[in-house]
Ligand binder design. Structure first.
Ligand code: FES
Length: 155
């Protein structure tokens, strides 16, 4: 039995219905594998007592769960209405230019994954950019080079 199996059994004990443990189990599997690879999905499914297809279907719905490898840093630019109105697209394009990748891609060195994302709940502080799940507010295209440099310096 894998280490994940034991941890998922403990998760299942917390809920009257094992289905409720699916999300935390997927998060655990992602922490251990880096992303939800077919192997990670299989391990998670075995531990939950379901199929990898069920796990994949659930995982595919949530932005925080990754079915493909991601970079060491995650940059997410909100492109929903409030952010779009103050130039989110230009911010996203500035990141694309600075990183040399398109939205949805990871830099070849595996440092940064860039992606557009729906409303992050910070509409009053648009444009919101989430950097490793920490929000940057009122981000303008001119701020992008500095943010990318911070990430490169931090590695
Ligand atoms: S629209 Fe960007 S945070 Fe809500």
């Amino acid at each position: 039995m894998s280490e994940l199996y034991g941890e998922v059994q403990k998760l299942k004990e917390r809920y009257p219905d094992w289905h409720s443990a699916t999300l935390p189990a997927l998060q655990l599997a992602q922490e251990k594998h880096g992303h939800l690879s077919p192997e990670a999905l299989r391990e998670c499914a075995d531990a939950l007592g379901t199929t990898p297809a069920v796990c994949k279907a659930v995982a595919s719905f949530y932005d925080l769960l990754h079915l493909a490898p991601v970079g060491r840093h995650m940059v997410e630019v909100c492109t929903n209405v409030s952010c779009a109105l103050v130039g989110a697209q230009q911010v996203l394009e500035a990141f694309e230019g600075e990183l040399g990748i398109s939205a949805g891609e990871t830099t070849p060195d595996g440092t940064v994954t860039l992606r557009p994302i729906e409303c992050l709940g910070g509409c009053g502080w648009a444009t919101i950019v989430s950097v490793d799940h920490h929000y940057r507010t009122h981000v303008k295209p001119d701020d992008v080079a500095g943010i990318v440099q911070e990430l490169r310096d931090g590695d």
